[in-house]
Write a protein that binds this ligand. Structure first.
Ligand code: 5GP
Ligand code: ZN
Length: 113
């Protein structure tokens, strides 16, 4: 499949890894929007939040189990924000489910412009 994040998950395209196991990969965003900007992806292809269903939702729970440790390992002692853009209006540019971990700066209370 011609999917950028599937290729990153497979190691075919290099990334700066923050965490990896057999099910998920966390890697640093190539165009960071905060001092810490890490993407967490399932290694299996799910196109977006709209592709989450009863068969594959365990991987989403697993990602959320791991996010606190990934954030702590990145030094995010004072908190962080987790975002998943779904579809065109949200600005999703890579059609493989991913969760942005953003931190290392005090963010505005507003979550959209
Ligand atoms: P989206 O806009 O779909 O929510 O997020 C996609 C993210 O992937 C963007 O923040 C973008 O900077 C990041 N990105 C796109 N291509 C690459 C890449 O080849 N490597 C890494 N590490 N990040 C990428
Ligand atoms: Zn994919």
């Amino acid at each position: 499949m011609d999917c950028l994040f599937c290729k990153i998950a497979a190691g075919e395209i290099p990334s700066r890894k923050a965490y990896e196991d057999d099910k998920i990969l966390a890697f640093w965003d190539i165009a960071p929007q905060a001092p810490v900007h890490i993407l967490v992806i399932p290694k299996t292809h799910i196109e977006s939040m709209n592709g989450v269903n009863a068969e594959n939702s365990k991987i989403v729970a697993y990602i959320f189990e791991k996010i606190p440790q990934i954030a702590a390992d990145a030094g995010l002692k004072n908190g962080y924000r987790v975002i998943s853009n779904c579809g065109k209006d949200a600005g999703q540019t890579v059609p493989h489910l991913h969760f942005h971990i953003l931190g290392g700066v005090t963010m505005d209370a507003g979550m959209i412009k």
